[in-house]
Design a protein around this ligand. Structure first.
Ligand code: NAP
Length: 251
């Protein structure tokens, strides 16, 4: 790691898939901005793991569902590293299992603010820093969608699935918008991955219950998703933009 090493910002980098991306990125020579919402202890552990891997990191609190939160994340990253080369729009939420006929406007507002508007505004900030149109040196963005965008999440969280459908479409549009400006934009659709997100939707046993029913007989790991993200971020994927890759074990 040197002062010339590229800098990657991972939203929601403190736990689950985001944490695996941060640690994997450090091993590939990225310096890392570990964004988190509230769990500072978890974010600090990821920073420690990045440093143990021989790179540098900073933990930055900030809610991607809030315009001021996004501004403070990018300003802190600018102050600390002074450059940005990659963004992973990973932060995302589910809500408690509900049918659409039970969902409140407040729930939908929060879901779309964090999962859609937050990702788009973070991408905006990254483009302002990385696009050659704005004096940047180019870069790479990876958005984290979900196989829910394909299946629709009926009876569980159709709102979440719809938010991820928006991420798929956003990926295609932004990729084509900035393709000649040195920025590649791609997307990963994870299947069912072993993280805490299922408990936050009121389904703590989802991984245990569904694993044996999946095509590979198991759920995926955060590291398996991270490997695909890191490939799309890397120069090995230099001719890939606007692509959506399922990391779902055949589901
Ligand atoms: P997770 O274990 O619940 O971790 C969520 C991470 O996002 C945490 O670091 C959390 O920070 C952060 N976060 C939550 N809300 C935030 C906000 N408003 N602003 C900033 N950071 C926020 O989730 P995960 O399972 O790793 O999921 C990561 C991404 O993969 C999400 O976009 C999710 O939709 C997608 N995905 C997951 C699965 C799966 O099965 N796990 C499947 C498909 C897609 P704190 O630690 O501070 O709370």
């Amino acid at each position: 790691m040197s002062d010339n090493s590229p800098v990657l910002l991972v939203t929601g980098g403190s736990r689950g898939i985001g944490a695996a991306i941060c640690i994997g990125a450090a091993r590939q020579g990225w310096r890392v901005v570990v964004n988190y919402a509230s769990n500072k202890q978890a974010a600090d552990q990821v920073v420690d793991a990045v440093r143990a891997a021989g790179s540098d990191a900073i933990a930055i609190a900030g809610d991607v569902g809030d315009v001021a939160g996004i501004a403070s994340i990018f300003e802190a990253a600018d102050r600390h590293f002074g450059r940005l080369d990659g963004l992973v729009n990973n932060a995302g939420i589910v809500d408690m299992v509900q049918r659409v006929d039970q969902m409140s406007p407040e729930r939908l507002d929060r879901m779309f603010r964090i999962n859609i508007t937050g990702s788009i505004l973070c991408a905006k900030e990254a483009v302002l820093r990385m696009s050659t149109r704005h004096g940047g040196k180019g870069g790479s963005i990876v958005n984290i969608s979900s196989m829910a965008a394909i299946f629709g999440g009926p009876g569980q969280y159709v709102d979440y699935a719809a938010s991820k459908g928006a991420i798929d479409t956003f990926t295609i549009g932004l990729a084509r918008e900035v393709v000649a400006e040195g920025i590649r934009v791609n997307c990963i659709r994870p299947g069912i991955i072993d993280t805490d997100i299922h408990a936050s939707g009121g389904l703590p046993d989802r991984v245990r219950d569904l694993g044996p029913t999946l095509p590979m007989g198991r759920v995926g790991t955060s590291e398996e998703v991270a490997d695909a993200v890191l490939y799309l971020l890397s120069p090995s994927a230099s001719y890939i933009t606007g692509s959506i890759l399922n990391v779902s074990g055949g589901r």
